[in-house]
Design a protein around this ligand. Sequence first.
Ligand code: CP
Length: 326
Amino acid sequence: MRHLLDTRTLTREAAVRILDTAEEMADTQHREVRKLPALRGKTVVNLFYEDSTRTRISFEAAAKRLSADVINFSAKGSSVSKGESLKDTAQTLQAIGADGVVIRHPASGAPDRLARSGWIDAGVLNAGDGTHEHPTQALLDAFTMRRRIFGAQASRGRDLDGVSVVIVGDLAHSRVARSNLWLLTALGARVAFVGPETLQPYGAREWPATVRHSLDEALREDAPDVVMLLRIQSERMHAAYFPNEREYARNWGLDDARLAALPERTIIMHPGPMNRGLEISSAAADSERSTVLEQVANGVSVRMAALYLLLSGERGDPRDRLPGEA
Ligand code: CP
């Protein structure tokens, strides 16, 4: 694997391999020496054209725990504001010797362009592009589901065959929903997309997901093991298409009444940042069945795995020779 651009092209085997490598990485983080030498001498650039808290800091933490040098680049405050192009920015990164570029960009397809451009030799990791994909988010979500459903020890080598996942909310703008759809279906899960008609992505009925408009119907009919709430992306929203906030919370929010009616096994996920009181109540976000903070913690292990598999130059099963292991 040279780049990680999407989950649509990931096979079940490749996805399970990344998740299993993340389990190995998570194991190393419980040891006294948390830093592994795997990427010593490598340089990872976090190239962020859009704001981020979780993704940026967890890629930074992941790269540092693998001993890479990390350069954080934010478009705000850089020469991008003077009109510098993606090509010239990329070639600047090439000149300073970047081995890996983690890119978040508002334009769908920007990471793919960077990877195929020939402007840089570095491995490219998509940290979220427009409404297209956010592959490491989906991988950390799948990792979290596997752990919650099977337990950490029993997770290795497993997929999510038969697991029912209901993804609720602003699907039209959600790269998280798309990446989860492709990854979860490759892993054998059943996916339902739930939200107002105006926030369904164009063409969703052709995709391998059940499409519903009633959350209550989905919670009844799909018997979900996982309910994943998505952030209402007000910054990308055309006001005319959006049900007002009160309407949204009443019909599609995971409020306290819906929380109380969920089956005991059902877990609640949200990629963050959350709009509390809109798509998710505080009681749901803070409940024991919520995995919101586990998702953040697991993101570091999953991003360590992705960086390791792309940049270490190792071949074969990395579990055979994790750095620092006999
Ligand atoms: N989930 C996610 O991508 O969050 P950030 O925008 O904070 O990175």
